[in-house]
Design a protein around this ligand. Structure first.
Ligand code: AKG
Length: 256
């Protein structure tokens, strides 16, 4: 564990290989399929449910322009645990707080949110370089110091279907984007954030591409710059992330 804590401190993310045993992965597949199935009759993105669309900027641009998305081609579902009993039980089944968050942070976290990142086949759009801290309200830092996102691949996430890429060491600075225009109650309605210019901001850092087998995960903090490319393949790339807020060390500890 000490080695992992060191790696996390150094890079801002750590791979967690084989985190999810097959029976739990099967629960996750069912949960994802159910949520995706519910979007087959949707025409337009709604709060928390983001459909993909053809063209530049994918579903984000379509939504901002009031254009329809593609039924069944869902890109993101926020608060996935509130919509899917299967996805809601995964943190307990895996003991994420107890066995992952606490040993790495020293305190348990407070559950913050979960997302289905269903990068659909052929039209799954890229996610520009960003730091998740951009989306956290200023008050967040009064109680918490960071988040851990535990992003779990439900399908094999490869370079060609949009696995994540990270910039090791980018977490050491501050939030580098302008939060103007971010709607924290409805993140997907926010204008799509411009990509961080990583070459200019961190000329000495080198991005790392992190393919993940289904059932493997990656854990990262809110300040670690990351991105994922478009999925132009015939395979969907489903992933689910569970996000925990990390209480400031030295204050009363976290929740469940
Ligand atoms: O899964 C993706 O494509 C993007 C995920 C992401 O950016 C995140 O979890 O913060």
């Amino acid at each position: 564990m000490e080695e992992l804590v060191r790696e996390l401190d150094e890079h801002g993310f750590i791979p967690l290989d084989g985190l999810v045993p097959e029976p739990v992965l099967e629960v996750m597949r069912r949960g994802c399929d159910d949520l995706i199935g519910r979007t087959r009759r949707m025409r337009h993105s709604t709060q928390g449910w983001q459909l993909e669309a053809e063209g530049e900027g994918g579903g984000w641009a379509a939504r901002a322009a009031g254009r329809a998305g593609i039924p069944g081609k869902v890109r993101v579902v926020g608060r996935a645990h509130e919509h899917s009993p299967e996805l809601a039980e995964v943190p307990e089944l895996l003991g994420l707080n107890e066995h992952v968050v606490e040993p790495l942070h020293g305190l348990r976290g407070d559950f913050y949110n979960s997302y289905l990142w269903a990068k659909p086949s052929e039209v799954g759009s890229e996610k520009p370089w960003h730091q998740d801290a951009l989306f956290l309200a200023e008050e967040f830092y009064e109680t918490y110091e960071d988040v851990f996102t535990i992003w779990i691949a439900v399908d094999d996430a490869r370079e060609d279907n949009g696995c994540l890429r990270f910039l090791p060491g980018s977490h050491r600075g501050q939030v580098l984007q302008d939060p103007h225009g971010i709607d924290r109650d409805d993140l997907f309605a926010s204008p799509r954030e411009p990509s961080l210019d990583i070459d200019r901001l961190w000329p000495d850092l080198t991005p790392v591409t992190l393919p993940r087998h289904a059932g493997s995960a990656v854990l990262f903090g809110a300040f670690t710059a990351h991105t994922s490319s478009a999925n132009t393949t015939e395979d969907q790339r489903r992933a689910v992330s569970y996000v925990y807020s990390l209480p400031r060390r030295g204050t009363a500890g976290g929740g469940r």
